[in-house]
Design a protein around this ligand. Structure first.
Ligand code: CO
Length: 134
């Protein structure tokens, strides 16, 4: 079912400071910040040779990462995103194994314009997993 690692997402309290560290200290290629109001985040993509790191800062007062940053004020790894070929087939197979899919279980359009779903962290060893159909 699993394809490549699409990205690792890190919730950050200060997107500008985090971007500066990746760009100026680590020498990485970083995107301009993109506001994604429908996801409640502003994101900066760090382009790596084999995958991406995404830096996420809360946007608006109903951001899904606000509670995470309250618990982890200095930031932290928020989720991993794995690529799948068929997100509906993957969802159905996971549900058949008792894995909880977050929300109403219908894929939403993610930060890259592709369908995504999130799996309950308690069903994956404390890790929030995003599946993205590529
Ligand atoms: Co993601």
């Amino acid at each position: 079912m699993l394809g490549r690692l699409n990205h690792v997402a890190i919730a950050v309290p200060d997107l500008e400071a985090a971007t500066r560290k990746y760009r100026d200290v680590l020498g990485a290629k970083v995107s301009a910040p993109q506001a994604l109001p429908e996801h409640g985040v502003t994101v900066v993509f760090v382009e790596l040779a084999n995958t991406k790191t995404e830096l996420l800062e809360p946007l608006g007062d109903r951001s899904p990462i606000a509670a995470f940053l309250e618990k982890n004020p200095s930031g932290g790894i928020h989720h991993m995103c794995y690529e799948v070929e068929d997100i509906i087939a993957s969802r159905d197979a996971l549900r058949a194994e008792g894995v909880r899919v977050l929300g109403d279980g219908e894929p939403r359009t993610g930060a890259h314009g592709k369908p995504v779903l999130f799996l309950h962290p308690k069903d994956f060893d404390g890790t929030l997993i995003e599946l993205e159909q590529v």
